[in-house]
Design a protein around this ligand. Structure first.
Ligand code: KG4
Ligand code: ZN
Length: 339
């Protein structure tokens, strides 16, 4: 079985071809970062318009690189939500229409299920059941994953997501959008412990997160100061330490609560080197093993949509002729696949 997948939920346009036996044959991506930089964040209407321009050439490129003709495909997967509705509609319309034209089934994929299943693309994939820490620009979730579609959310953020905390703090430090990766780079040069920002909710029981207080603390720390390069690096280090420590402590707590010994970390923030190091060490010292997607599949991509779509198509699931797109879509409402 071979599928084409399309991702367009935010500011990344992507296409991929995945074969059930031969693995990932191609993945193409265009990031709209430059387009949105002038505005300091993603402008939804600009994102939609650019997806319209980029998607078809990306699909053509992925098929070409994969050496695949449309007649060799068994289905088309596209991101159906959650995300920016206009952006989602561009990929959904294209994916659903191509499937119709090629007379193959289409499947609308949940973007977060894509992130959760991204590590299955690696040579040594994580076993089920496992604990997932999904940290992206829009979500911070601890999830007990007992199989595809078998998700129990254990904890989430009450306000800002972890990626959002990186991005908003970065903005306060004068870094260009998207700030997360830039803040991480700057933090490498900062002195450890120079700034100690609050570790929200750590003192409280449970698995909830809250990151909105962090940007306020950063705002207070930068106010009235001239931001030298050293000071900015120290501040970045402090922000990263606070986020990494909070995520690590809650993930360990969740491993303890559930008795699980496998931790899967995915989503854009899982590309963060400090987080990876800290989690691997901390979980390792408790006898748990940590799995990550390769760096390029931490952030949005179509390969992860292909994995989730292929799993569901293989199980006999597919959509009707309607184009599906949902800005909001609870992860726990997804149907469970047989083990
Ligand atoms: O998963 P993703 O590409 O998009 C969403 O579904 O949200 O995640 C993007 C988020 C952004 O907030 C970005 O700043 C953050 O992931 N991010 C990072 C790093 N790389 C991406 N945050 C910290 N360190 C990084 N290296
Ligand atoms: Zn994402």
């Amino acid at each position: 079985m071979r599928v084409l997948a399309i991702e367009s939920s935010c500011d990344e346009s992507a296409a991929a071809v995945l074969d059930a036996r031969a693995g990932l044959l191609a993945h193409e991506l265009f990031s709209q970062v430059q387009l949105h930089r002038a505005y300091g964040g993603v402008v939804p209407e600009l994102a939609s318009r650019d997806h319209v321009r980029r998607l078809l050439p990306l699909v053509r490129g992925a098929l070409e690189r994969a050496g695949t003709r449309p007649g060799e495909l068994h289905g088309v997967a596209y991101t159906a939500g959650p995300g920016l509705i206009g952006a989602l509609l561009t990929g959904a319309s294209l994916g659903r229409s191509l499937a119709y034209a090629w007379d193959v089934p289409a499947i609308g994929v949940h973007h977060l299920e894509g992130h959760l299943l991204a590590p299955l693309l690696e040579a040594d994939p994580p076993p089920f059941p496992h604990l997932a820490l999904l940290v992206s620009g829009g979500h911070t979730l601890l999830i007990e994953v007992s199989g595809v579609g078998r998700y129990r959310v254990l904890g989430t953020s009450r306000d800002d997501a972890a990626g959002e905390a990186f991005d908003k703090s970065a903005k306060l430090l004068g870094l260009p959008y998207p700030g997360g990766p830039q803040l991480a780079q700057l933090a490498e040069r900062g002195a450890p412990g120079a700034f100690s920002f609050p570790r929200p909710m750590l003192d409280r029981a449970g698995l909830e997160f809250s990151f909105s207080g962090l940007k306020t603390a950063v705002l207070h720390a930068v106010r009235g100061r001239s931001l030298t390069e050293t000071l900015r690096a120290d501040l970045a280090r402090g922000v990263q330490e606070a986020i990494v420590e909070t995520l690590t402590a809650k993930a360990l707590r969740a491993l303890e609560y559930t008795g699980l010994t496998v931790l899967v970390v995915s989503g854009g923030v899982s590309a963060n080197r400090a987080l990876r190091e800290r989690l691997t060490a901390a979980a390792g010292s408790r006898g748990a093993r940590v799995y990550y997607p390769r760096i390029e599949f931490c952030t949005d991509n179509a390969a992860m949509i292909a994995v989730a779509g292929l799993a569901r198509l293989k199980a006999g699931e597919h959509d009707g002729l309607a184009i599906r797109a949902r800005a909001r879509w609870p992860l726990e409402s997804l149907p469970a696949l047989p083990p």
